[in-house]
Ligand binder design. Structure first.
Ligand code: NI
Length: 352
């Protein structure tokens, strides 16, 4: 549908299948040669049963746009239409519609498919709606704005036994419990309290009945960080603590640690440009310039690793939070987002 819309709008070039199902549209300005700016929207949904009760609620059971990526797509399509009609800029605008932001690393897949070089992108910009921030307001910061999101899978192997003969076991459950509690000290006793780090065990799986001590216990969880040194620190300490406790009890362990999305790191110069453009759209005083970072993840981070750019939050008003079954993208924000994109292109690619 996105590719079809871009064709209808008269985009000069439309490429499908970048990063498997990503879509890219290229719009040439009519005001001279110049640089190339990338604008990125995400398109995917979440495995959540929608409970908004709205007429436009998802028709697919167990799937909904609980993060507003449908709104992001609509806003960038709006800008693509306007830019295709007016072309009041130099150089090229590249509209990027990526799949699989919600953990599938579609942004990374598009980057690895040559997105930046293929279209000659010089700078790249991203946007996400934010419940709780009023419609018509923006928020951004230079430097880290969203976290690196890592995951760990820990499998503790002990020795099963009859529950009435625990002395014959190496109980993986008590060992797992000690690991969970000890891991709570990684942040609370290992990190300067002014810094940001999350270490959470979010899954515990072991056992199958009341009268048996099982053989294995599994712990899964997540680590969120804003700085590379804290990211390294968390992984190192998880391994030290778990290996030490497991060894002390004569069990064995396998630790799989996965480094997922990197920190979304806004570049200072492009952040200042984004602030100026947002202020031009919604007015001075409506743009928070030093918003607190969020420890959610964002695969736009892969694009920011390749090119300078900035990621900005846009107000969604007083709605349910992101990833909530009652979340609803606020359509009143659509002109704000489309205007931001259009203004960004016309400002950063001035007519020559
Ligand atoms: Ni999202």
């Amino acid at each position: 549908m996105v590719a079809q819309k871009l064709r209808e709008f008269g985009c000069d070039e439309i490429v499908e299948g970048i990063g498997r199902t990503g879509v890219v549209g290229v719009i040439h300005g009519s005001r001279g040669m110049g640089r190339t700016i990338g604008l990125r929207a995400d398109m995917d949904a979440l495995p959540i049963e929608e409970q908004t009760g709205k007429p436009h609620a998802s028709k697919n059971p167990g799937m909904m746009h609980a993060c507003g990526h449908d709104g992001h797509t609509a806003m960038l399509l709006g800008a693509a239409r306007y830019l295709s009609e007016t072309r009041n800029f130099s150089g090229k605008a590249v509209v990027i519609f990526q799949p699989a932001e919600e953990g599938g690393a579609g942004g990374k897949a598009m980057v690895e498919d040559g997105l930046m070089d293929r279209f000659g992108i010089d700078e790249v910009y991203g946007l996400h709606n934010m419940p709780g921030l009023p419609v018509g307001e923006f928020a951004i910061r230079s430097g880290p704005i969203m976290a690196a999101t890592d995951e760990f899978d820990i499998t503790i192997s002990g020795k099963g036994s009859h529950a009435a003969m625990p002395h014959q076991s190496v109980d993986p459950i008590t060992i797992a419990a000690q690991c969970i509690m000890a891991m709570q000290t990684i942040v609370s006793r290992g990190v300067d309290p002014v810094e940001s780090l999350v270490v959470s065990v979010t899954q515990v799986h072991s056992g199958f009945t009341d009268n048996v001590i099982p053989t294995t216990a599994m712990l899964n969880g997540t680590v969120r960080s804003l700085k590379p040194e804290l990211r390294d620190f968390a992984e190192t300490r998880i391994r030290q603590i778990v290996n030490g406790i497991v060894e002390a009890h004569g069990a064995s362990v396998e630790i799989d640690y996965f480094r997922n999305y990197p920190v979304t790191h806004n570049h200072p110069e492009q952040t200042q440009k984004a602030i100026a453009i947002a202020e031009a759209v919604v007015g001075v005083g409506k743009v928070e310039k030093d918003v607190r970072p969020m420890l959610g993840g964002e695969d736009f981070s892969y694009m920011l690793e390749k090119r300078p750019g900035a990621f900005i939050f846009m107000g969604n008003g007083d709605t349910a939070s992101l990833h909530n079954p009652a979340y609803d993208f606020n359509d009143d924000a659509i002109p704000v987002g489309s205007s931001y994109w259009a203004k960004l292109v016309e400002t950063l690619l001035p007519p020559r």
